[in-house]
Design a protein around this ligand. Structure first.
Ligand SMILES: NC(=O)c1ccc[n+]([C@@H]2O[C@H](COP(=O)([O-])OP(=O)(O)OC[C@H]3O[C@@H](n4cnc5c(N)ncnc54)[C@H](OP(=O)(O)O)[C@@H]3O)[C@@H](O)[C@H]2O)c1
Length: 285
């Protein structure tokens, strides 16, 4: 695939996996719209990738994805800048140590990791369809819980950081399945990828539990992969002709992997979609 003719949007592009994917796309000549929440961190990454790849077609867009207003503003900016959007990589994620609520009244981990990609992707379907064949990649994780469908927003149960993180990522898998059905025949595919375990700054900047993740990273440091290795899994889904017509699947290292039973249940997929639509105020759009 000639990436020099392609436009990609990557969230969480200033760090870790998002930066490695942006770098690889830029090195292949693609135009990359890099989303960061912090201007300074975004500008530093932008300058670094421009210098490293010699690609001038990199642009920085700023949005804190836990705010639905900022996701909507971002979608508008992207639609104006890129009426044809070939790739959307929903990569940004975090994990909050305590239940905190976004300005929209949403538990923050759910807001960033699941509802933001849900809303952003839905708002970008026109440019994605206009560029078809086009691809959406949702970055997931290893999942060992079911979502609590009666309480996605953690209103009536005591909050647990890891569980909230994993449930939010399972939300993304439900979303991947349901969206793939809706996009059948449009030329837009959507898949989820487990990128493996690699050195990370997850939650390390603004979310106050950096020490936890840094300690885990330090203890496992010698055995953890680099984000560049994880990026190969994303690149495969973006570029490979083998997966051009595959949609609604969960990928590991360049192959489909099994997903938790709840994500394979079409009724649960539809239910999560319905709840997400309401929590993300999608019909306001
Ligand atoms: N590392 C692993 O072992 C591992 C394993 C499985 C899955 N993953 C997944 O891989 C993806 C990338 O993670 P990573 O390890 O590369 O972590 P990372 O280095 O911390 O990157 C996360 C990115 O998301 C951004 N972000 C966080 N909250 C945001 C918000 N409210 N609005 C906008 N952007 C926000 C961060 O921005 P700041 O830099 O400003 O914080 C950062 O750019 C995530 O989806 C993660 O769940 C990672």
């Amino acid at each position: 695939m000639d990436l020099a003719t392609k436009t990609a949007l990557v969230t969480g592009a200033n760090s870790g996996l998002g930066k490695a994917v942006s770098r690889a796309l830029a090195a292949r000549g693609a135009r990359v719209l890099m989303v960061a929440r912090n201007q300074q961190r975004g500008e530093t990454a932008l300058a670094e990738l421009k210098a490293a790849t010699g690609n001038d077609r990199l642009e920085l867009l700023i949005a804190d994805l836990k705010s639905q207003a900022q996701v909507r503003r971002l979608a508008n900016e992207v639609s104006e800048k890129a009426p044809l959007l070939d790739f959307l990589v929903n990569n940004a994620a975090t994990a909050y140590p305590k239940r905190c609520l976004s300005e929209d009244g949403i538990e923050c981990t759910l807001a960033v990791n699941h509802l933001a990609p849900f809303l952003l992707t839905n708002l970008l379907l026109d440019p994605l369809k206009a560029a078809a064949p086009s691809r959406v990649i949702n970055v997931g994780t290893r999942i060992n819980y079911a979502m609590e469908l009666g309480d996605l927003n953690w209103e009536g149960r005591s909050f647990r950081m890891m569980r909230a993180y994993i449930e939010s990522k399972l939300g993304m898998l439900h979303f991947t399945r349901q969206l793939a059905k809706q996009l059948k025949g449009t030329g837009v595919t959507v898949n989820c990828v487990f990128p493996g375990v690699f050195k990370s700054n997850l939650g390390g900047t603004d979310d106050a539990q950096g020490l936890f993740w840094k300690s885990v990273s330090f203890l496992l440091g010698w055995s953890l992969a680099q984000p560049e290795q994880a990026a190969e899994r994303v690149l495969y889904l973006l570029e490979s002709p083998e997966v051009a017509d595959v949609s609604g699947e969960y990928f590991g290292d360049c192959r489909i992997i099994s997903m938790p039973a709840q994500a394979r249940d079409p009724a649960a997929n539809a239910r999560v979609w319905e709840i997400s639509e309401r929590l993300a105020n999608l019909d306001e759009s």
